[in-house]
Design a protein around this ligand. Structure first.
Ligand code: LR7
Ligand code: MN
Length: 593
């Protein structure tokens, strides 16, 4: 599931050297670059100019944390943790609805508008690279189901804004029978009146899922190369040329950009380290470090990297080759498994799959998948079964060892796919494992492959900005754990300050985390924003554990867009809660070193 993927990604980041570099990258151009008629702003958007606090002074919008805010954290450029601040009930509604329907902060997405600049996350050497002036032209295919309109249109405009016109043959939007009203109406109007004629909108009569959805998109395409994107992406500077070049050289090369991270909570765009795709025997995709042997060579960090698998959503492929290779398995439903299926197929049937470090595309990483399948089926299991039975030979036993209940589960008719494999004269799964993914551990009768050497990246801890007490000005009390400070899920309360008590010592670090007694992080629930803050294991991914100190001594929580206050300053219980920031006394805190 996407949860596992996100987790895997974080697991990776936790031991990667770039651990810190992917956070807090400045986000430029928070306002839409081109004014559109008002009616084309997403339903709930009032645009940045409507944020009252930011209205006072124009310049404060671009950097609301400018001089008037005493945030102890030094920050880069325009990074603005308070972009999600809630000013009224409507904001709250948009935020909550967004998390519910899309699992990311739609309030911020709407405020960003349809155009924004993103930080150029490419290696410096990429900027010196040149690409052939004659390249195959591309059809960009974006399949979506109930996407937030602002995220979808930012995807589209990022492509229009950052792709040379002669390489962009068309954009094909496939609406997978979305139910949301704005997608059914506002989007149709918008495409008709605001987008170039080469942007087409196709609507599925019934929900097909992303796999058949992409096949439908591809059947409408007439470009030489198909480029698939998820509906919540933003392409970076010079993203397409580096993808098209290897395809021009060899049409059986399939390429993926490096997938940068757009935070679901802050919409901040940040750089991903260059990793490559793998999988585990549960048939879940995972990221792997790149073996040293892959990184040697004159081009160094900018050279394409062979990847055993692709994540699935973002890749480019010659259109005729896509058809020759059997498109996708149309017996796969809704979500899951198609990425491993096409990856195995590419390698086993004479193609290759590369990650192109100089091409970067951001993707919103959500914490959960916000939709299910129409009948509630586990489509990942169904699709994985089909993939195992068609492509994995005896190695499907590795999967069944982990999922014995699936051994007897029916998976539909696969004769066409088995026939395809025969017709294309594809190699065995053993060949794939031995040659393309030797580091995969195989248990049981098959021989173990030797472990390749990996880059050793030391873990870097976020720098401490300040250490001290969290002092509540109105009551002269300090924020402490209600129970033991090591108890996960424990609440925080205010108590008499005791300057000798380690259990009252907080650390504030460059990741904006507040850590009590070096143990747990102050955290809020994103799905239940009315819950009081609590102590949780530090997850290092910002959002629910990101806090900032601002104007009027406020302690602002980035992902819920609210401030922490003492619920009832007269009560000895000392409970705290989150509330709309209003600068009132119960919301005033001081970090005392
Ligand atoms: O029924 C559906 N119909 C659709 O049109 C379900 C989804 N979709 C659309 C959806 O709106 C989105 O644009 O299909 C696209 C992908 O769905 P997501 O964004 O819910 O998928 P994901 O990002 O959680 O999951 C990843 O794995 C999927 C497996 O089926 C697909 O291959 C996704 O494209 C893929 N995403 C990426 O590779 C982005 C990087 C993630 C990582 C790591
Ligand atoms: Mn996605």
């Amino acid at each position: 599931t996407s949860v596992t993927w996100t987790l895997l990604l974080f697991v990776y980041f936790n031991f990667s050297e770039e651990n810190q570099s992917f956070k807090n990258v400045p986000v430029k151009g928070l306002e839409p670059q081109r004014p559109f008629p008002k009616r084309f702003y997403p339903r709930f958007t009032r645009g940045p100019a409507h944020i009252p606090e930011l209205q006072q002074k124009e310049s404060k919008f671009r950097n609301p944390l400018g001089n008037h805010v005493q945030d102890p954290v030094k920050r880069d450029g325009d990074f603005s943790p308070e972009m999600g601040m809630i000013f009224n009930e409507e904001d709250q509604e948009v935020r909550d609805l967004g998390y519910q329907k899309h699992a990311f902060n739609m309030l911020i997405s709407n405020r960003l508008g349809y155009h924004r600049e993103v930080p150029d996350t490419r290696d410096a050497k990429c900027r010196e690279k040149t690409y052939p002036s004659e390249l195959p032209f591309a059809s960009v295919i974006i399949c979506f189901y109930n996407e937030a309109l602002s995220a979808l249109l930012r995807t589209v405009h990022s492509v229009l804004d950052r792709t040379p016109a002669h390489l962009l043959h068309e954009i094909i939007l496939v609406d997978d029978n979305s139910e949301l009203a704005d997608l059914k109406k506002d989007l149709v109007d918008y495409v008709k009146t605001q987008l170039p004629k080469t942007t087409k909108l196709v609507r599925n009569e019934k929900r097909e899922g992303l796999i058949r959805g992409r096949m439908i998109g591809a059947s409408h395409a007439t470009g030489q190369v198909l480029v698939f994107l998820d509906s919540h992406c933003e392409v970076n500077e010079m993203w397409l040329q580096p993808l098209l070049t290897p395809i021009k050289e060899d049409r059986r090369t399939v390429v993926c950009p490096v997938i940068d991270i757009i935070s679901a909570d802050t919409l901040t765009y940040s750089s991903s380290p260059v990793v490559r795709g793998g999988f585990n025997w549960g048939l879940h995709f995972k990221w792997d470090l790149v073996p040293l042997s892959e990184l040697e060579g004159p081009e160094g960090a900018t050279a394409p990297i062979k990847s055993p698998t692709m994540a699935g959503g973002l890749f480019a492929m010659d259109r005729e080759y896509f058809n020759e290779l059997g498109q996708y398995d149309s017996g796969m439903d809704i979500w899951g498994g198609e990425n491993l299926e096409i990856s195995f197929r590419i390698w086993m049937c004479g193609g290759r799959l590369l990650i192109i470090p100089c091409s970067r595309v951001g993707h919103i990483f959500r914490k959960r998948r916000p939709y299910g399948s129409p009948g509630g089926q586990d489509t990942m299991a169904h699709n994985s079964l089909r993939l195992a039975h068609v492509w994995m030979d005896d190695y499907k036993e590795q999967y069944f060892a982990l999922r014995p209940e699936l051994r007897t589960r029916s998976y539909g008719n696969i004769t066409d796919r088995v026939e395809l494999r025969r017709r294309l004269n594809c190699k065995s799964f053993k060949w794939y494992l031995d040659n393309i993914y030797p580091e995969m551990q195989v248990s049981g009768p098959n021989a173990k492959a030797p472990q390749p050497v990996f880059i050793n990246r030391a873990q870097k801890r976020p720098k401490i900005i300040q250490r001290g007490r969290l002092y509540h000005l109105q009551t002269n009390k300090c924020l402490v754990a209600q129970g033991h400070p090591s108890q996960k899920g424990g609440l925080v309360v205010i108590r008499e300050c005791d300057y000798n008590d380690q259990n009252q010592v907080w650390v504030y670090n460059e990741d904006h985390e507040l850590i009590l007694n070096n143990l747990l992080c102050l955290d809020v629930s994103e799905t239940r924003s009315s819950d009081p803050p609590r102590l949780m294991k530090c997850h290092g991914s910002g959002g629910s554990q990101q806090w900032s100190f601002g104007k009027n001594n406020r302690l602002y929580q980035v992902s819920v867009g609210q401030c922490m206050k003492v619920a009832d300053p007269l009560s000895h219980k000392g409970y705290v809660a989150m509330a709309i920031c209003d600068g009132s006394l119960p919301q005033q805190w001081h970090f005392e070193s």
